[in-house]
Design a protein around this ligand. Structure first.
Ligand code: IMP
Length: 193
């Protein structure tokens, strides 16, 4: 069964491919001929994930899932949330996003935050949603070189390292995206076709 992961991020594709049963042929956007940027105009993660998945299904006729992730900071009323990638404007820059976050967090004592990933799946005419959450806190400064995005300033709860100090395998075990992907894969692998 052919199913498209609405991304061109090779790492994300490989990760899911490795965990899916042999009945699935997982393809990227590029592989179905979708070269345009997918619409993401909503103000919630759920909205954007479904918007991307529906766009692929409607325009390319392939069953599909799409993910959307945001960092929700309590002291900033949930910001940057759905705008995490473009928090400091375009062109997108992880460095400027972190600078702006640290600036807005200056003097804040409540440092609680979470990453949340929503995966929207369209399969055989039905829609499903999966979610993964990683709770943690925003540090005062960057620590660690690995990962991407806000990883150097995010310390997951119960750990004394930031996401940027964990290996990819360690991060996947506890991360928002790792958990959401796990829920999706459990669902797909246990479905009777
Ligand atoms: P996307 O929905 O996966 O494209 O994520 C949107 C934005 O959230 C990214 O551009 C990053 O700024 C941030 N983000 C998503 N996942 C992570 C993560 O695992 N670590 C750090 N930042 C992330």
């Amino acid at each position: 069964m052919k199913i498209c992961f609405a991304t061109n991020n090779k790492k994300k594709i490989e990760e899911v491919k490795a965990a899916l049963g042999p009945e699935f042929e997982l393809v990227s956007l590029q592989e179905i001929g979708c070269v345009e940027e997918l619409p993401e105009t909503g103000n919630t993660l759920d909205h954007n994930a479904f918007q991307k998945a529906r766009y692929v299904k409607e325009n390319f006729g392939v069953d599909c899932f799409a993910d959307d992730t945001g960092l929700e900071v309590d002291a900033l009323d949930g910001a940057p949330g759905v705008y995490s990638g473009r928090f400091a404007g375009e062109p997108r820059s992880d460095e400027r996003n972190i600078d702006l976050l640290l600036e807005k967090m200056a003097g804040k004592t409540n440092r609680k935050a979470r990453f949340r990933t929503v995966i929207a799946l369209i399969l055989e005419g039905k829609e499903y949603q999966f979610e993964g959450i990683a709770e943690g806190e925003i540090l005062m400064e960057r620590i660690g070189e690995k990962g991407f995005g806000y990883d150097p300033v995010f310390k997951p709860i119960g750990f004394d390292k930031t996401f940027a100090q964990l290996s990819l395998e360690e991060k996947n075990e506890i991360s928002h995206r790792g958990k959401a992907v796990k829920a999706l894969i459990e669902f797909l692998n246990h479905r009777k076709f």
